[in-house]
Design a protein around this ligand. Structure first.
Ligand code: G3I
Length: 305
């Protein structure tokens, strides 16, 4: 193949990008998106603060524009994200247990229901575990008010709302197999599979930089999750750096995914460097003029190997 999406498709996978609605009027951005990627994730537009700013008041305009653009171009859509402690509107924080439970389930039903049949995979729950060595659940409002059962409740609700979407648990710093957080997520997924909680995939965000580079055991992590009977997806890939060094890290990640049959796709977290959430680290595949970087060439070459 001559593009990322086409080359990934030839390997039975997708290659996606996070997209911001407010860039869709920019011709270089849209040309690159349309040409290179066959899956799209809304970078912010499907989050709770964007879609339900006050209780029961759902706003889908920006998310719809991204979905319509993607589908108009024959691209698949990843859903990000149904339940997350961040970008959570203030009104949710103030709810008591019963109201929080019904608000969470209603939010999932409304979002997954609106896009039912149009989303290949949903990040049902995002970032529910603590950083550091404890392996504990993050002390979010969901954990505090609903207790340990909230994650599986979210997955059960999502399954009913869109039975054909793959349901993913998504997190960061879960790339290194020896990391306590990785093991905590692994144990949760194993438990869900053992008890029949509907989970289909694990998303590894894969935000890498000098402090947390691509771990040497990254492929082991992908394969270990896959061995539980779930797909793995690389959901928010970006790697700080430049030149050949950055290219080799991108190559390593791409190869690891291709080496794991249940690694079904890769999404990069933006298109040109200067629109990245960490633009100063130039972590993406295109420079600010939409030129292909060495990292792009390495990924394309690996996809076509
Ligand atoms: O929408 C407002 C806009 O009205 C306002 O004028 C502007 C002024 O700064 O801010 C806009 O909101 C920003 C939003 O992005 C949309 O551009 C927020 O300030 C900004 O904090 C927000 O950042 C996003 C971040 O998530 C929030 O946590 C990034 O774009 C987005 O890339 C990032 O993505 C997350 C994933 O969802 C989950 N994993 C980590 C990843 C990186 O942090």
């Amino acid at each position: 193949g001559t593009t990322l999406g086409q080359s990934a498709a030839e390997k039975g996978r997708y290659f996606g990008a996070a997209v911001a609605n407010h860039r869709l009027g920019e011709s270089n951005y849209v040309t690159t998106l349309n040409r290179e990627f066959n899956s799209v994730t809304a970078e912010n537009e499907m989050k709770w603060d964007a879609t339900e700013p006050s209780r029961g008041n759902f706003q889908f305009g920006n998310a719809d524009r991204i979905v319509n653009h993607a589908r108009g171009q024959g691209k698949m859509v990843r859903g990000h994200t149904l339940v997350w402690h961040s970008q959570l509107p203030g009104w949710v924080q103030g709810l008591d247990t019963n109201n929080l439970r019904s608000a969470m389930n209603n939010h999932i039903n409304q979002l997954a229901g609106r896009y039912r049949g149009q989303i290949h995979s949903w990040d049902v729950v995002n970032e529910a575990f603590e950083d550091g060595g404890s392996g504990a659940r993050r002390n979010s409002v969901f954990q505090q008010r609903l207790g340990n059962g909230w994650i599986e409740e979210a997955f059960r609700t999502a399954r009913q709302a869109d039975p054909n979407a793959k349901l993913c648990y998504n997190d960061y710093n879960t790339d290194d197999w020896s990391h306590a957080k990785t093991q905590a997520v692994y144990n949760m997924v194993r438990d869900f599979k053992n008890r029949g909680v509907p989970i289909d995939c694990v998303g590894l965000q894969s935000h890498f930089n000098n402090q947390s580079p691509v771990p040497g055991n990254y492929q082991t992590t992908l394969q270990s999750f896959a061995n539980l009977g779930v797909d793995v997806q690389i959901t928010e890939l970006d790697i700080a750096g430049s030149g050949q060094q950055q290219a080799e890290s991108y190559r390593t990640v791409t190869r690891a995914c291709l080496n794991v049959s249940r690694c079904t796709g890769i999404t990069v977290w933006g298109i040109p460097d200067h629109y990245s959430w960490r633009a100063d680290q130039t972590p993406l595949l295109f420079d600010r003029n939409y030129n292909k970087k060495p990292a792009y060439n390495a990924v394309l070459e690996e996809l076509n190997r």
